[in-house]
Design a protein around this ligand. Sequence first.
Ligand SMILES: C[S@@+](CC[C@H](N)C(=O)[O-])C[C@H]1O[C@@H](n2cnc3c(N)ncnc32)[C@H](O)[C@@H]1O
Length: 310
Amino acid sequence: MTSPMLCALPKFLCQGQCLRWRVAVRFNSSAKSRWLDRQKGDSFTREAKVQGLRSRAAFKLMHLDDKYHLFRKGSSQKVLDLGYAPGAWSQVALDRTGPNGVILGVDILPCAPPRGVSAIQGNILSKKTHELIRLFFSKHFQLYQEDQLHKDNGYFQHMLEQELEGLIPDGSKTGLQIDRSKVEKTPIDVIVSDMYEPWPQTTGFWNNITNSAYDRMANTTGVAIKDHYMSMDLCDAALVTAIDLMKPGGSFVCKLYTGKEDKLLESRLKKAFENVHRFKPSASRNESKELYFIGLKKKHKVDKLKVFSE
Ligand SMILES: C[S@@+](CC[C@H](N)C(=O)[O-])C[C@H]1O[C@@H](n2cnc3c(N)ncnc32)[C@H](O)[C@@H]1O
């Protein structure tokens, strides 16, 4: 492990900006070692290892599915896993819809998805990400392949969000040949969102970029009110995705750190789904404020403005 002694400057001069100091601080943090100790003694963590699952979070989705029957084995359900990295929920979705299910993970951090799962690195708050999800499920392009769309447009990476809005209908701006009538507006059957803090990257990964996503993310702070409001934003983003991209009748799960606005989220969900439930799976630690909201049977006509106006 890098030692603070390697830094040429005293800490008060480099003001903690020096990478070496930051490395030392990150890896020596007592919070991290507490996290590692807790993981070692945890039966779900051990079981996840035995079953080849990427994290203990898998058991939370299993419990949710056992209770609310989100997935149908052998169906061709299209499942969107928001905040999929490192990929345990996607593994469960794949297993429980297999062999015909189609699973797409979206995460703001780069991460190789589990075998059989496709993935997009993107921010769910961006319209570009929504459009890519829609195109993927409409089979308009294959991720990871050298398709024409990618060659010509780099998956829209160079475009502004406003440009994207005008892009799809006629393709005139860029010459994109997308037949809008073949793009399903609401292709998805199930959306699950476990979005919040990135998983602690302990092995096989070295994040050595100046503008580190990890530092900019909504990491759990331990300050309940902050975690609550930040997770509320991500739940709203997941709900907007469900309203815009999910089939009527579809199912939805999102994680919230509980607090003052639980009821507000619940009332929004009730405007979009026939049945709404709260559930804390047994794999969710007692001391954690996390709670899952489940929306079943998406309503036929959902007016986004009405959902978000009180
Ligand atoms: C707790 S982890 C998810 C664990 C995952 N369910 C599993 O089973 O492996 C939360 C993830 O949400 C992602 N995330 C947070 N904000 C996001 C955003 N705005 N768009 C996409 N992903 C986001 C983080 O990068 C992180 O990987």
